[in-house]
Design a binder for this molecule. Sequence first.
Ligand code: AMP
Ligand code: GLY
Length: 426
Amino acid sequence: MTKKLNILLLGSGGRECALAWKLAQSPALNHLYIAPGNAGTAQYGTNVALKPLDFDQVADFCLNNGIDMLIVGSEDPLVAGIADYMAQRLPELQVIGPSKAGAQLEGSKDFAKQFMMKHDIPTAAHLSVTAQNLDEGLRFLEQQQAPYVLKADGLAAGKGVLIINDLDEAKAELRAMLEGKFGNASATVVIEQFLKGIECSVFVVTDGKNYQLLPVAKDYKRIGENDCGLNTGGMGAVSPVSFADEAFMDKVRTRIIERTLAGLQQDGIPYCGFIFFGLMNVDGDPYVIEYNCRMGDPETEVVMPRLKTDLVMLLCAAASGSFQGAQVEIDPRYAVTVMLVSGGYPQSYEKNKVITGLDAATGSILFHAGTKRDDQGQVLTSGGRVLAVTSMGTTKDEALAHSFESISHIAFDKMYYRRDIGFDLK
Ligand code: AMP
Ligand code: GLY
């Protein structure tokens, strides 16, 4: 590498903190900026108060600060077309994140379903419904067996999927969604066959043709132990995933990843960045539950610590067309992350609680999610998900034990976490 890179990373969650931690280790990095970032990302670079959806402002910052690479952490700017905007205005800037067309894999469930049907990628049977074919939708529901899966077509901040046991309730929810329960995002609803199995998250870095597999992870979305209670943004994650063995991953590569990349090329959709395949393992066969055009959160908090390869070099290779032959080296140890959340989350909760004990938690990596620093330098809570406590170990239980030891030093008012992350894996 001749020139060290200036990088701007967009986002402010635990995912971005883990990406910043990893990027900061690279000898190929000159300076890292995170926008807007949090109290944790400030350890690895400079936080800047930019709005990721204000493309003009982001582009001006890139120009004025000699930014070579823009990494887009979350889906919103990608679905809104930030990569296309930058390609027009700053053609030299390397953007990690797909074109608006590629981001439709996440931005429209209907688009993703049509793409999968067209390219023979295994997924649940479905029907897309609008106000125009409501009757067909109601009949389709009658033909399915409970539980019924209803998905808002567009982005709905992770809340657009309903899984309902009762047929009449499912019909009522279908109507409510079409009438605007999730605003415009549910003007189209995808009804899906329910797939029974166990989920995992598979990530690749790709230049649109070639790809490298990152460590497979599993996240735990429910607030309560044993996967009970309300859905959250994610209460913890584990990597590796015991059932994602060689035989399963061979199927994932040939039936899902390779067909997806071939489909993108065939459809003329440029894609440079991460693809996150949310998969269901149904009796040993993988099915796509969802695509995301970014890394997962909290999965990134276990994926990055297991990635030995230099992330800056890897992303640079993907963005500069020299990705073929890139290699990824992975730490064989387990990584586990336990999310510390504000009491009451995912419903209403209080913010601005002082967090103590961070310096004493030396056996883990602390990835900040919802934190900020006040004028006196104290770290305060500023969100529902506050801190991801990641540890490594030769077994999952050993890694978990390190996280619990670290957590024993950390405190804030009404802190809550799950003690059973990874409970369903060997
Ligand atoms: P999503 O927002 O697409 O990640 O969906 C939320 C959750 O709903 C997923 O993580 C799955 O647990 C569940 N889910 C979505 N689609 C299906 C399906 N077809 N069958 C079973 N579970 C599903
Ligand atoms: N952990 C799931 C997601 O990031 O969407």
